[in-house]
Design a protein around this ligand. Structure first.
Ligand SMILES: [Zn+2]
Length: 232
């Protein structure tokens, strides 16, 4: 019990420092990974119940616990931070679409690995967000069988998620790089930042001394304390 109290006090001190960083930042960018969606019932990759962890143990990945996941406290905290002009941009490695569902505008986020409920026209690039995940696409071409509704285009639509052997869409990576160069506070949450090139972004320009970088793993707990103990 004493050990727990010591850890919590330690965490409170660190969170107060983080809240000060957020208040004083000029261009704050958050980088998220699968860990921020585990409390929504979606498995991460390297956590205790993660997909890769299960594979390494030679067991089947545990099934997701919910059919229609909804944004978590952490997702909603980013919306509030953005509405109040503390947070300028989000870079996510998640394909679950929960940031957009939570209300983050699509011009303030780069979804580096795509979005499971979004398809895009292979000809004109128009993006279509759907209510549910996109199934039944061809695995070699990623074509979904639907067509662009622009009368002058009618191009074929493709699933936008990126698998391990595919490169990221240039437009997403370019926006994420531009924001990472501008930013003076980068916060990594729910990600072990091991996948290239996403892992290079938060530390971009950090050696200049004008940028701070913070890595947090206990997402919902941290935002609960930040908001309910009113540091912001
Ligand atoms: Zn089109």
């Amino acid at each position: 019990m004493n050990h727990f109290i010591f850890l919590l006090e330690d965490l409170n001190k660190k969170i107060k420092i983080l809240a000060d960083y957020i208040r004083n930042a000029k261009h704050f960018v958050v980088y998220t990974g699968a860990g921020i969606s585990t409390s929504a019932g979606i498995n991460d990759f390297r956590g205790p119940n993660g997909v890769w962890t299960a594979q390494a143990r030679g067991i089947a990945s545990p099934p997701s616990t919910v059919r229609h996941p909804v944004p978590t406290l952490t997702h909603m905290a980013y919306v509030e931070l953005m509405k109040n002009n503390y947070l300028q941009f989000l870079v996510s490695q998640n394909c679950d679409g929960l940031h957009l569902k939570s209300g983050i505008p699509n011009d303030r986020i780069a979804e580096l690995h795509g979005n499971g409920s979004c398809e895009a026209c292979a000809k004109c690039g128009k993006v279509y967000y759907r209510q549910t995940d996109i199934f039944g696409y061809e695995h070699l071409t990623w074509l979904t069988g639907r067509y662009c509704t622009e009368p002058t285009c009618r191009g074929r639509l493709r699933c936008t998620t990126v698998s391990f052997n595919q490169s990221m869409p240039d437009v997403c990576l370019d926006r994420a790089t531009e924001q990472s160069q501008k930013c003076d506070l980068s916060l990594c949450m729910g990600t072990s930042m091991r996948v290239m090139p996403a892992c290079e972004l938060p530390a971009m320009n950090v050696k200049s001394g004008k940028k701070k970088m913070v890595i947090v793993s206990k997402c919902d707990h941290v935002y609960y304390i930040i908001f309910f103990f009113s540091y912001l």
